[in-house]
Design a protein around this ligand. Structure first.
Ligand code: NAD
Length: 361
C-alpha cells in the first residue's frame, strides 16, 4: 500500500518523540512492504520563528494532500505572554479546524507492567481500559465573541462556549460506533446542571443513543466524572465529552496509564468514500520545555499514535496491533524513560524507539 504521511514535529520534545515515531513508521513500512511517501512541515513556535505565523499556508496545503498527518507537540515559553491567536497553540487549533477532524480519540489503558508507575493504588487502576472521545473543533476554544477589553480595573475577558446540534450529533455517533466494537457503554460527560450548552449536549446525545440500542448510555456531570476517573476508572468504556472538558479529563486519565507520555491520540473527521478516515495523529502531551533537548521524553505516546494511524487511516490492523504489542513488550522489559520510574537505569528516548523497532522484528 502507498502511505502518504505528513510529519509536523513542532516544538520541544515534539521533535524528539516524532523522530522515534517516524523510526517506527519506516520500520513497519519496510517490514510489510508499504511504500512510504513522507513529507515534513512547520507548525507552532518553529513556524513563528521561521515563517512569522504558527500555521503557514503551506502546512495546511500539505496536510490536506496527505492521507494522514503525524504531529509532535507545539508550544514554547517565548510565547507564554502572547495573546492566544499569536501563540504556537493557535497553529494546532487552526490545523484541526482546517482538516475538519472533529473527534479526538484518546485511549487510556492501565498496562499491567506499569501499575506501579501510577500514583494510584494498583487495585483501583488494574484493568482500566477506556477511550475518551473529545469533541475537537467546537466549544469554548473556538466560540466568538472572545477577547480582553478595557484597561486597569475596567478590564474584562470574554469567551463563548457554543455548540450546534449537528456538531454534537456527529461526534456522538463516533462514540456510539466505537462502543459497539468494545464493551458497549457510553458515558456522556457535561455540566448540564449549570450550562445551557451542556443541556443541549445531553438532549442530543440521548436522542442519538436511540439509534444504537445495543449500547448503554449514562450521563455524568464533569465534576463527578473527574472524581470517578480516579475512584473507579474501570466503570468507563467510552467517555464522550466536549472540547474543554475532554482536554482536562484526558490529562487526568494519564495518571491511570502511569505517565502522560503514554497517551496517544487520533483526531478524525467524516469517513472517506474508501471507508478510511483522514486523520491527525498526535500524543496527548505538550512540548514539555522542562525536559526538551535531553533525549529523556517518553516516545510511546507518539509511537502509539502511529499505531492509531495504521488502524484508522490505513485500515491496516495487523500493523497497528504489532506496534501495540511491541510497546507492551518494551514496557515489560523495563527499558523505559524516567517518567515511568523504572527500577533499573532509565532508557533514552532514542533507545525506547529502537527497542520498539526491535520488538516488532
Ligand atoms: P506538557 O504536556 O508539555 O508537560 C506536562 C508535564 O508532563 C511536564 O512535567 C513534562 O515534562 C511531562 N511530560 C509531558 N510529556 C512527556 C513525555 N512524553 N515524557 C515524559 N514526560 C512528559 O504540558 P505543559 O507543561 O502544561 O505545556 C507545555 C507547552 O506545551 C505549553 O506551551 C502548552 O501550551 C503546550 N501544549 C501543547 C499541546 C499540544 O501540542 N497538543 C498539548 C498540551 C500542552
Amino acid at each position: 500500500m502507498r502511505l502518504k504521511v505528513f510529519a509536523l514535529p513542532g516544538d520541544g520534545i515534539g521533535v524528539e518523540v516524532t523522530r522515534e515515531a517516524l523510526r517506527v513508521l519506516r520500520h513497519v513500512c519496510n517490514k510489510w512492504n508499504h511504500e512510504l511517501e513522507l513529507t515534513g512541515g512547520l507548525l507552532g513556535a518553529i513556524a513563528i520563528h521561521q515563517e512569522g505565523t504558527p500555521l503557514p499556508e503551506l502546512t495546511v496545503r500539505l496536510a490536506k494532500q496527505a492521507d494522514a498527518t503525524l504531529m509532535g507537540a507545539v508550544g514554547h515559553p517565548d510565547f507564554d505572554n502572547y495573546p492566544p491567536h499569536l501563540r504556537p497553540e493557535a497553529g494546532l487549533l487552526g490545523l484541526r479546524k482546517a482538516l475538519g477532524v472533529y473527534a479526538n480519540l484518546r485511549p487510556v489503558k492501565a498496562y499491567p507492567s506499569l501499575l506501579d508507575s501510577s500514583p494510584l493504588k494498583n487495585h483501583l487502576v488494574e484493568g482500566a481500559d477506556m477511550i475518551i472521545v473529545r469533541e475537537l473543533t467546537g466549544g469554548v476554544y473556538y466560540g466568538t465573541p472572545r477577547g480582553i477589553t478595557g484597561e486597569g480595573a475596567e478590564m474584562r475577558a470574554v469567551n463563548t462556549m457554543t455548540y450546534t446540534r449537528p456538531e454534537i450529533e456527529r461526534v456522538a455517533r463516533v462514540a456510539f460506533r466505537l462502543a459497539q466494537a468494545r464493551r458497549k457503554k457510553v458515558t456522556s460527560v457535561d455540566k448540564s446542571n449549570v450550562l445551557e450548552n451542556s443541556q443541549l449536549w445531553r438532549l442530543v446525545v440521548t436522542e442519538i443513543a436511540r439509534d444504537y440500542p445495543d449500547v448503554q448510555l449514562d450521563h455524568l456531570l464533569v465534576d463527578n466524572c473527574a472524581m470517578q476517573l480516579v475512584l473507579n476508572p474501570r466503570r468507563f468504556d467510552v467517555l464522550l465529552t466536549e472540547n474543554l472538558f475532554g482536554d482536562i479529563l484526558s490529562d487526568e486519565g494519564s495518571v491511570l496509564a502511569g505517565s502522560i507520555g503514554m497517551l496517544p491520540s487520533a483526531s478524525i473527521g467524516d469517513q472517506l468514500p474508501s471507508g478510511a478516515f483522514a486523520g491527525l495523529y498526535e500524543p496527548v502531551h505538550g512540548s514539555a520545555p522542562d525536559i526538551a533537548g535531553k533525549d529523556i521524553a517518553n516516545p510511546l505516546a507518539a509511537i502509539g499514535s502511529v499505531a492509531a494511524m495504521f488502524e484508522y487511516t490505513f485500515g491496516l490492523k495487523e500493523e497497528a496491533s504489532n506496534i501495540e504489542a511491541a510497546i507492551q513488550t518494551v514496557l515489560a522489559s523495563g527499558k523505559v524513560t524516567p517518567d515511568l520510574r523504572p527500577s533499573g537505569p532509565p532508557a533514552s528516548t532514542t533507545e525506547v524507539g529502537e527497542a520498539v523497532c526491535a520488538a516488532i522484528g
